[in-house]
Design a protein around this ligand. Structure first.
Ligand code: NAD
Length: 502
């Protein structure tokens, strides 16, 4: 029997009896259209059920953790281009075992209630795994951001923010959004300003949203954070010989062939750092309009610039253009990085995926059924709840910075520098030789905000990897890093609920 039948643990049987999953494939056929798959929300719940079935939690507590506490749907009108346009937005709050709750705001035409609820659940699990003190939330606006001019987007964003702010669904101590697909620093600055205008005496208003520009209360290193976290996650993976072996790989990141889907915020930074700093070859980039393939390795900076100016990869001067981008996901490689959207590796293509390691930079790119097929084929998957947690980790640092009203490193940087100069001078006096200028220039510098943020992020990514890796290898009933990640995270959320007296 293939895939989903094997996933039917006791907890899942309970789950299926609660939800109508009658359209799930159970006959082992995998070349099914995606409509036969569970929804994103159901896929997340199935992974959850698989993990809780291995835990000793009462069914009541399991249910409390699983359900999405609330979802607010708003329909609002904005007068644009001489007429009123109605937009639909959502803010889902999955778990409030810690507050504020945290999670991005997505602007895309794919946005719907099922999607925001799935993403909100992933946020709860992610925050627990990387030990950021937040519950999980997510928001979205059903819109094509490219269809509107910047000043129109500002009016739409401010109006959406107004609707959420007046219900405390954006608030420094209640609910703190961040960027996600289709949003970035610009939208976060508008939201922060909207909050300040509606709460003029709130001292901590900057902390109502993260991912802001540096000159509007942002933090150095937030834009790169999720991609940087993907890099740190892969570096940590390659420090563990057991894990390299489990993926049927050898050596280090150097020379590894990497395929990336989505060269947006997350995909661009991950591909840039892996190619420029770790020696990876980015052999293909899949975008909306197709893919560009070059086995010698693509120049990510050039390609990113090309996409920004031409709106896609078609016509890029190096490599070969392939119109059917989805087929390029199946290209033979060492590491596959889906960094665009959910559900792209599913029952219809999982068997043809030809990689050893998948790192889920996007949220939910591998469906529950595909996960099972790939695991059985020996592919190791570094799960989204861990892999893309760099964003929320640095958002946490930004939130703390906003609450403390001082940038990181401001008090200690020069003191650290003075200590280092003193140390080198004494060393030179003792050995009677000068230390090289190159070494001095690197060593003297005290850590500024960017260095501290990267240090905190690396520490978080390494620690969280080790906590799931330890569970993966120490328990025979844990068959994947994903299940291990759920066990670590759900254990922490359960402890938190128990401490609350629930
Ligand atoms: P983004 O909008 O900056 O980039 C998405 C990229 O994917 C774009 O280049 C877009 O053209 C491309 N794309 C969209 N649909 C595609 C398709 N069908 N095929 C190929 N390419 C496609 O978004 P982002 O912020 O980089 O987010 C990407 C993913 O990472 C999402 O799943 C998001 O939830 C997740 N994520 C983002 C952050 C963050 O800090 N931005 C943090 C955690 C997780």
């Amino acid at each position: 029997m293939l895939l989903l039948d094997n996933l039917k643990t006791k907890a899942m049987v309970r789950y299926e009896s609660r939800f109508d999953l009658g359209n799930l494939p159970t006959d082992g056929k995998i070349n099914m259209p995606r409509t036969t798959e569970p929804s994103f929300r159901q896929s997340v719940d199935m992974m959850f059920e698989k993990a809780v079935s291995l835990m000793d939690l009462s069914s009541g507590l399991q249910e409390k953790i699983r359900v999405c506490n609330s979802t607010y749907t708003v329909r609002f009108g904005v007068k644009l281009r001489g007429d009123i346009h109605t937009f639909t937005g959502y803010r889902a709050v999955h778990s409030e075992h810690k507050e504020p709750v945290k999670g991005g705001i997505r602007f895309a035409t794919s946005v719907n209630q099922d999607e925001v609820e799935a993403l909100a659940a992933l946020m709860s699990y992610k925050c627990a795994l990387v030990e950021t003190p937040f519950g999980g939330s997510k928001g979205g606006l059903h819109i094509d951001p490219n269809a509107w001019e910047p000043d129109e987007m500002e009016r739409i964003t401010r109006r959406f923010a107004y609707e959420l702010i007046k219900r405390d669904l954006i608030h420094p101590s209640q609910n703190v959004p961040a960027p996600d697909m289709g949003t970035g620093e610009r939208e976060m600055a508008w939201i922060a300003d909207q909050f300040r205008r509606m709460n003029t005496t709130e001292l901590n208003s900057e902390a109502c949203v993260t991912g802001k520009p540096l000159n509007k209360g942002g933090i150095a290193g937030r834009v790169e954070a999720t991609g940087r976290g993907v890099q740190y996650a892969l570096q940590e993976f390659f420090r563990h010989s057991d894990d390299i072996k489990a993926a049927n790989m050898k050596g280090t990141l150097d020379g590894k062939r990497v395929v990336v889907q989505g060269l947006g915020n997350v995909g661009y930074h991950a591909a840039k750092f892996l190619s420029e700093e770790d020696g990876c070859l980015i052999t293909a980039v899949v975008e909306r309009d197709g893919a560009v393939v070059d086995d010698k390795g693509l120049d990510i900076e050039e390609l990113s610039h090309y996409i920004r100016t031409h709106g896609g990869v078609n016509g890029f001067f190096s490599g070969e253009y392939v119109e059917n981008g989805a087929a390029v996901l199946e290209k033979d490689c060492d590491i596959l990085i889906p960094a665009a959207m959910e559900g792209v590796i599913n029952l219809s293509n999982a068997e043809r995926i030809s990689t050893k390691l998948i790192i889920e930079a996007a949220n939910g790119p591998v469906t529950a059924g595909a996960d099972e097929i790939l695991r059985k084929a020996g592919v190791v998957i570094i799960p989204d709840m861990y892999a893309n947690a760099g964003g929320v980790t640095v958002s946490y640092f930004e939130w703390v910075k906003n609450l403390s009203h001082i940038r990181f490193g401001r008090m200690q940087r020069r003191k650290e520098e003075a200590n280092n100069i003193l140390l080198i001078k004494e060393l030179e006096r003792l050995v009677g030789k000068p230390v090289s200028d190159d070494f001095k220039s690197k060593f003297f510098q005290g850590a500024g905000e960017l260095e501290l943020v990267r240090s905190g992020l690396e520490d978080t990514m390494r620690g969280a990897y080790q906590s799931m890796q330890q569970v993966w290898h120490s328990r025979n009933d844990v068959d994947s890093l994903r299940t291990a990640a759920y066990l670590v995270s759900l254990g922490r959320i359960a402890d938190s609920y128990k401490a609350l007296g629930l």
